[in-house]
Design a protein around this ligand. Sequence first.
Ligand code: ATP
Ligand code: MG
Length: 174
Amino acid sequence: MLIRKLKLAGFKSFVEPSELRIEPGLTGVVGPNGCGKSNLLEAIRWVMGENSPKSMRSGGMDDVIFAGTAQRPPRDFAEVVLDAVRDDGEELQVTRRIERGAGSAYRVNGRDVRAKDVSLVFADAATGAHSPALVSQGKIAAVIAAKPAERRMMLEEAAGIAGLHVRRRDAESK
Ligand code: ATP
Ligand code: MG
């Protein structure tokens, strides 16, 4: 699966509607401290169904909604839209929206779906919110410090081929 585009509105520091095109290949996010780099990665995880406070660096679910600054009032909803292309070439659009005090709603290709349906879309370990293809802050150091065999595992998981070894061993033992 390839992520093509990310649209955010009212999500953490991305208060105004923002759109990002993601080109094929490796994408790095750079910028000064506090500009929202980690928030972007969290937006990708969030739209894929992530809820864990640790992954989202938040206390409650509503903490992803723009909380306001001295100059700007808070927002009452956050929305992230992810455009992707599946391996079979099919286009996929996933939307997650949260309203303050009212929880999240999801849409896949414009249709209302349950959180569970979204988690099924990203069930493949190589694509979901916990995909090793999403490298967050601190992970780089872990990759560098890893032993060669561990590093190979990380890269194979990111490439989505980790399962192949298991299947090959399986086939060879028959
Ligand atoms: P660093 O280089 O230090 O890792 P970064 O680019 O990763 O920085 P982020 O952690 O993505 O920065 O963004 C932090 C900013 O997002 C802070 O200014 C914080 O106040 C803001 N922020 C986070 N959640 C919200 C929210 N709910 N409402 C408004 N601003 C928020
Ligand atoms: Mg950061």
